[in-house]
Design a protein around this ligand. Structure first.
Ligand code: FAD
Length: 466
């Protein structure tokens, strides 16, 4: 007895793609049903952005508490109760996931718990432990996200060989933490545990950690990590592992030579794969590319014209704000608006020490695209706020078009780069020039002045450096 339920807009997945799409579609007048098989909020809120930043902050506070002698602050033994850190982290997650559920209800979105599976291009089955219910939809937005890649030689094993999810849920700070993968997740979690007291080793296959950033930026991070006692091995390929009594032993080829590493916990973070293989997309006529991402047009429409795809399951950077951005475009398109995606100003941030952030083109990318550019740089050292925060390491770089100063890209390595990058995003999005930024009055003393002064460097007239 399965009578199909008729719905207007069906959204699959409640991460920063799905829940934002649901809210925006409802705001635009659609009747929306969202289906989630796990926790509300997806990877981002439960096992991604939010809990990782909470652990990173706890790490900073613990580390800084014991390392502020130069400011005249000495404390005795700084103690860490990691179970309390975990509890606090959990409370942050709970507030946000509860908030998402509240927002969905407040926007009259119908929430269904279960796993969605396509039968054809207008029908889904939604299953929970016991029941299966058929839904007929007019339009559908798929936002099923991604999961960690598991390497055959390093199968996940709870508490010992972990993905980012397991690394966020450890019950104790491991004495020795071994990390395979020096991308942002490996660096963020590696630094957090290093700050919390682990002896950390990071193995990275390419020539530098954080390979999507310019060498000068990633070098600042590796220098800081090394000062904290973190071992970084580049051009290092982990090959096999062996379980030991209280951890694992990993054999790796480092710059052509075999080396062995030991850890109580091994974190394997070598990328994520899209969740596009287990929900019957082929039965709905939704085509994938050769890497398993859903093919979409500029309006997030798949090869099935009433089915849209957003977030980690489509190509491009796997970032929460990209998912939410695409979510709004898809919701608007279904509502009859002429929106389309424009990836010119998607920021990328690493919450490392110091933080790295970039948006738009790097100097090399701009030149490759044929621009004649000016690359202006300004050091945090010349900014009063940075000095008074005791965070004077790093720089901002602004890439502008020579003929008119149009801002093409900004890269920041330094304290609070994650917040500072927003001004650069606005500048690029609005088509501003270095002069527009330089003419804007920035509050003093603030890190924001670095943006104004970098723009002045681009114009050849910085006040605070010669
Ligand atoms: P997800 O968040 O993955 O959500 C997909 C949802 O769909 C899940 O809840 C899942 O249960 C559900 N689902 C899947 N299949 C089905 C089905 N068949 N039926 C019903 N429900 C289904 N990004 C940033 O921008 N900044 C950061 O600082 C950051 N830090 C991160 C740290 C870590 C450790 C990790 C792992 C990721 C981080 N990310 C960060 C990436 C970010 O989490 C993802 O880009 C984002 O969550 C993608 O959103 P999404 O909506 O596409 O999918």
């Amino acid at each position: 007895g399965d009578f199909p339920e008729e719905v207007d807009t069906l959204i699959i997945g409640s991460g920063p793609g799905g829940y934002v799409a649901a809210i925006r579609a409802a705001q635009l007048g659609q009747t929306v049903t969202i289906v989630e098989k796990g926790n509300m909020g997806g990877v981002c809120l439960n096992v991604g952005c939010i809990p990782s930043k909470a652990l990173i902050e706890a790490g900073h506070r613990f580390h800084n508490a014991g390392n502020s002698d130069d400011m005249g602050i000495s404390v005795g033994d700084v103690k860490l109760d990691f179970s309390k850190v975990q509890k606090w982290k959990g409370s942050v997650v709970d507030k946000l996931t509860g908030g998402v559920e509240g927002l969905l209800k407040g926007n009259k979105v119908n929430i269904v718990r279960g796993e969605a599976y396509f039968v054809d291009d207008e029908t889904c089955k939604i299953m929970d432990d016991k029941n299966s219910q058929t839904y007929k939809f007019k339009n559908c937005i798929v936002a099923t996200g991604s999961r960690p890649i598991e390497l055959p030689a390093f199968k996940f094993k709870e508490g010992k060989v972990v993905s980012s999810t397991g690394a966020l849920a450890l019950e104790e700070v491991p004495e020795k933490l071994l990390v395979i993968g020096g991308g942002y997740i490996g660096v963020e979690l590696g630094s957090a545990y290093a700050n919390l007291g682990s002896e950390v080793t990071i193995l990275e296959g390419t020539k530098q950690i954080l390979p999507s950033f310019e060498k000068q930026m990633s070098q600042l991070v590796s220098k800081r990590l090394k000062n904290m006692g973190v071992t970084i091995k580049t051009e290092a390929f982990a090959q096999e592992m062996e379980e030991t009594k209280n951890g694992v032993k990993v054999k790796a080829e480092v710059k052509g030579k075999e080396e062995e590493f030991e850890g109580n916990v091994l974190l394997v973070t070598v990328g994520r794969r899209p969740n596009t293989d287990e929900l019957g997309l082929e039965q709905a006529g939704v085509e994938l590319d050769d890497k398993g991402f859903v093919k979409i047009d500029k309006q997030c429409r798949t090869s099935a014209s009433n089915i849209y795809a957003i977030g980690d399951i489509v190509a491009g950077p796997a970032l929460a704000h990209k998912a939410s951005y695409e979510a709004k475009v898809a919701a608007e398109v279904i509502s009859g608006e002429k929106s389309e995606i424009d990836y010119t100003a998607i920021p990328e941030v690493v919450f490392s020490g110091p933080e790295l952030a970039q948006v738009g083109l790097t100097e090399a990318q701009a030149k490759e695209e044929g621009y004649d550019v000016t690359a202006a740089k300004f050091p945090f050292q010349a900014n009063g706020r940075a000095l008074s925060l005791n965070e004077s390491e790093g720089f901002m770089k602004m890439v502008t078009r020579k003929e008119d100063g149009l801002v093409l890209g900004v890269q920041i390595a330094g304290h609070n780069a994650s917040d500072m990058i927003s001004e650069a995003c606005v500048a690029i999005e609005a088509g501003m020039t270095a002069e527009d930024i330089a003419l804007t009055i920035h509050a003093h003393p603030s890190l924001g002045e670095i943006t104004m002064e970098t723009a002045e460097v681009a114009l050849g007239m910085p006040v605070h450096i010669t």
